[in-house]
Design a binder for this molecule. Structure first.
Ligand code: NAD
Length: 498
């Protein structure tokens, strides 16, 4: 089974997008060449000037109109998402609703976050008025993945647009139809200029975008591709945001609400077939509650099923090659002493993967160390929450984490080496538009969402304006010895105290 196929080996001008549930062709899209990508960036450069000229108010109005179109046609959008990813409509709706919130937040807050502000000039420079503001970069290239084809790219696109940039968007080759739908909807409310453009194709089209002279690349996808993109961007010092993979843990303390923790674990691990960058992949549970917690997870997992019918909780594995990785992680874990309490290697079919709960897996097994990106979870017993923190942090990834603890939630969350954490509920940070989203280590760097997400797509501009001639002139060759002596005295008074 392949989700994407070249139309013809000879021309390769278009490719088909297939439903991962049925292999049916759901759309045909161009494979854009490097020259076409460059032309799109050139068009975007002109559009960017016009878009910037609308100001915060004009842009906010268009973005709010776009949000309105998405909201009113939510059903249609969800169907396109389902066609290309196979996920249940309710899940498509959840990611779209969050994305709509982000468009609205970015539009509403851009002026406040990015607009000109006064800064104190300090005593030595008190004749100056100091201001800082955040100006658009120009053209931003956004390269997206397929797992959340609305929520994930819009986390960059909405913020880049609100900051005054034009955007050239390359969606995943598995979800080009969703990308097209979003860009077409934007063109309805911004018909004047190609402020948001779509380019489609495989990795090579994305690579062409990194070399097409954009002012920043916002990439969401695997760590391996992130490294390639950063290397390409290094050639032209093009800045990048990398939102890459994760191996997110859940910590369950002895005083945790076990029912809630088990529920969050099962949903976090299996929803969207585990194809969630911030999905739950590992759990560390205090030994005092380990057995009870595991029993609850097993019971809840047995009620979860993958399929394409209305009652299935999640759909197929979108990218067929991932099935091999999921199966390998399970068989490797089992061969190294792990035990499958739910599922196992046979849970991985040739389209769907049913839930797998693993215990007793060594910490150096791939199922604990590498991103599985499938509906599996490992659960390990720890003697203390210090051990839980140490094990959770023993990874090259650092995207997000969830902590269940009544008394130590904040302390434990702060000690985790991740960009995000939620306490006593799963993945809550992703739904709070004002919170920045991003990771550390192999999970990438830079932030989307919130004020940090707006500033990510702007250049900081500092301006000092002289209000009157300084009584002591410092920046001139006419400076007198007397002035230097005065400066030395002044700095001693200001900073010389023991
Ligand atoms: P991927 O890296 O295979 O592809 C992502 C995008 O990069 C696609 O559009 C692809 O065409 C493009 N691409 C591939 N090679 C390229 C190159 N050399 N130059 C430029 N572009 C290139 O990732 P995927 O399989 O689509 O997505 C799954 C991965 O994304 C997982 O690792 C997941 O954790 C991660 N992810 C991270 C976040 C986050 O916010 N941190 C969110 C969603 C998904």
């Amino acid at each position: 089974m392949t989700a994407v196929q070249p139309k013809s080996a000879a021309t390769q001008e278009t490719f088909d997008s297939l439903s991962p549930a049925t292999d049916e062709v759901v759309g045909t899209h161009p494979v854009h060449t490097a020259a076409e990508v460059e032309a799109a960036v050139a068009r975007a450069r002109e559009a960017a000037v016009w878009w910037e000229s609308l100001g915060f108010g004009g842009r906010a109005q268009r973005l709010q109109q776009w949000k309105g179109v998405l909201t009113r046609r939510l059903k249609q959008l969800c169907q396109v998402v389902r066609d290309e990813t196979g996920k249940p409509i309710a899940d498509a709706q959840l990611e779209s609703v969050l994305a709509i919130e982000h468009i609205s937040w970015a539009a509403k807050n851009a002026r406040k976050v990015l607009g000109r502000k006064r800064r104190s000039a300090g005593l030595l420079m008190s004749n100056q008025a100091a201001t800082v503001e955040y100006l658009p970069l120009g053209v931003v290239g956004v390269i997206g993945p397929w797992n959340y084809p609305v929520f994930t790219p819009l986390g960059s696109i909405a913020y880049a647009l609100a900051a005054g940039n034009a955007v050239v968007f390359k969606p995943s080759e598995f979800t080009p139809g969703v990308g097209k739908w979003l860009v077409d909807a934007f063109a309805e409310v911004v018909p004047e200029q190609p402020v948001l453009q779509l380019i489609t194709g495989y990795g090579a089209t994305g690579a062409a975008l990194t070399r097409a002279g954009v002012d920043k690349i916002a990439f969401t996808g695997s760590t391996a591709t992130g490294k390639k993109i950063m290397a390409a961007c290094a050639e032209t010092l093009t800045p990048v945001v990398i939102e890459a993979g994760g191996k997110d843990p859940v910590l369950v303390d002895a005083d945790a609400d076990l029912e809630a923790a088990a529920d969050a674990t099962v949903w976090g691990a299996f929803s969207n077939s585990g194809q969630t960058c911030i999905g739950v992949e590992r759990v560390y549970v205090h030994e005092r509650v380990h057995d009870e917690f595991v029993a609850k997870v097993v019971e809840k997992s047995q009620a979860v099923r993958a399929g394409s019918d209305q009652d299935a909780q999640y759909g197929p594995v979108t990218m067929p090659s991932q099935l091999k990785v999921i199966k390998h992680h399970i068989t490797d874990a089992l061969s190294r002493g792990g035990k499958a309490l739910v599922g196992g290697a046979e849970a991985v079919g040739d389209r769907y993967a049913q839930p797998t709960v693993l215990v007793g897996v060594p910490e150096d097994a791939e199922a604990v160390r590498e991103e599985t990106f499938g509906p599996t979870v490992t659960i390990a017993k720890v003697a203390s929450m210090d051990e839980a923190v140490e094990k959770a942090n023993n990874t090259r990834y650092g995207l997000a984490a969830t902590v269940f603890s009544k008394s130590r939630g904040m302390e434990l969350a702060r000690r985790l080496r991740t960009g995000m954490a939620s306490i006593n509920a799963p993945l809550s940070f992703a739904g709070i538009a004002s919170l920045p989203f991003g990771g550390v280590g192999d999970s990438g760097f830079g932030r989307i969402h919130g004020p940090e997400g707006l500033r990510e797509f702007a250049r900081t501009k500092a301006i000092a304006r002289q209000r009157f001639t300084a009584p002591i002139a410092l920046t001139t060759f006419d400076r007198k010895e007397k002035t230097d002596a005065l400066v030395a005295k002044l700095i001693t008074v200001l900073h010389g105290k023991r």
